[in-house]
Design a binder for this molecule. Structure first.
Ligand code: GCO
Length: 402
């Protein structure tokens, strides 16, 4: 049976997302750059010039607006704004003021993330997030940054995926500082939660009047028979402690890509199930996860929802359209059930630096030539821009997940 065209409310916000270290280039003064160059880490390649967005943001913002989107989510780089402890760079703050003004000039709502995975070298030199002092340092940075930028900010995320910072950095050793230490892992989670609370207060106290929230990495958690206890335990540390800590905030940012399955034998998630396509990231093609995680985020946190990231790394742009169509169909079902979902931000505007995996995974609506930096708009960008402009979603004709 043919599926009907779906419509989204006029006030629903459509955007794309990026992060400073993944697109700016030359961010040598943070812990990620150091990690990329440290022998023995799992990093495929260094970030280098990334997409040179530090210089090319006017072109990127103009492209995004011309495609039909209404918002741009990007992050400000702490290591540029506070290159040494207590030394703040007016030039770096002016740069981000220009980026925000550029968004406004093009009619885009600027959505600013204050921490997206990277920490200045000076703040990372000790125990970083497993040292409680990092919460106060981060809050002080937020206070200074919002004093300069707050008046024109449209919406803010305090910390991007603190659960990933903690789990990958302090337990799985795949992110800096690259350690596996249960005690430090616990302290990192505690510090990140406290950092969010302090940053929330700092951003609210500054100039401007914009919604503030935390953006959380979520997955559809699935238990195979006997795997329920493993699933519940992992989900508690990965999601629940954060969703409980954000109750009463302006919103929670849901960021979802796939699902995680658990069996009876081990707390480690099972690999991809047979018959489900596997993506560049090594996880399953599972667009239905977005609906499941929105529902869970509402249930546990009680907050309004912004989908601050959803997307797919694939070389097949038709598969991207199919994935987003399916994911948005789930968002529409949530709206039908009266859930307060306010936006959808596609990850990502550009093919960019995917952390330890380097430039191999291609999440972008726009391709970037790694030598010339030339931008090439993919068909999915025009397609999603049209959805954004019209608020209408047609089922993708004859495209499957595989
Ligand atoms: C994230 C990330 C991005 C990733 C994206 C794709 O917040 O996990 O914000 O940095 O690139 O999720 O894996």
């Amino acid at each position: 049976m043919a599926r009907m065209t779906l419509t989204f409310p006029d006030e629903f916000l459509w955007g794309t997302a990026t992060a400073a270290h993944q697109v700016e280039g030359g961010n040598w003064n943070n812990d990620w750059w150091a990690f990329e160059h440290r022998p023995g880490t799992p990093c495929a390649e260094p970030s280098g010039d990334a997409c040179d967005q530090w210089h090319r943001y006017p072109e990127d913002v103009a492209l995004l607006a011309a495609l039909g989107f209404g918002a741009y989510r990007f992050s400000v780089e702490w290591s540029r704004i506070e290159p040494e402890e207590g030394e703040f760079s007016t030039a770096a703050l002016d740069h981000y003021r220009r980026v925000i003004a550029c968004c406004r000039d093009h009619g885009l709502v600027p959505v600013v993330t204050f921490h997206h995975f990277t920490t200045p070298r000076w703040a990372a030199a000790g125990e970083c997030w497993s040292d409680p002092v990092t919460a106060e340092r981060f809050a002080r940075f937020c206070e200074r940054a919002v004093a300069a930028l707050g008046a024109e900010i449209g919406m803010a995320c305090t910390i991007n995926e603190p659960n990933i910072v903690a789990t990958l950095g302090y337990f799985l050793a795949a992110f800096p500082p690259g350690v596996s230490d249960v005690d430090r892992y616990q302290r990192a989670n505690d510090t990140l939660i406290r950092a969010h609370r302090l940053a929330y207060e700092a951003l609210k106290a500054g100039p401007g009047d914009f919604p503030v929230g935390l953006s959380l990495s979520m997955a559809e958690f699935v238990a195979e028979p006997g795997g329920e206890e493993h699933m519940r335990r992992v989900r508690h540390t990965m999601e629940d402690i954060y969703l409980e800590a954000v109750r009463g905030d302006d919103f929670v940012g849901v960021q979802t890509y796939s699902r995680m399955r658990f069996g009876p034998d081990s707390p480690v998630p099972l690999g991809p199930a047979e018959g489900v396509p596997v993506l560049q990231m090594g996880y399953e093609y599972w667009p239905q996860a977005l609906e499941a995680t929105i529902r869970r985020a509402v249930e546990v946190s009680g907050c309004p929802i912004h989908v601050t990231e959803n997307g797919i790394g694939t070389a097949d742009d038709r598969q991207r359209i199919a994935y987003v169509t399916e994911a948005l169909t789930g968002v529409r079902r949530c709206l039908d059930d009266g859930l307060d979902v306010r936006s959808y931000f596609y990850w990502s505007l550009l093919d960019n630096f995917e952390w330890a995996l380097g430039y191999m995974p291609t999440f972008g609506l726009i391709a970037v030539d790694r030598v010339t930096q030339r931008r090439a708009v993919k068909p999915s960008a025009a397609w999603l821009g049209q959805v954004a402009r019209t608020g209408r979603l047609d089922p993708a004709p004859g495209v499957s997940g595989g």
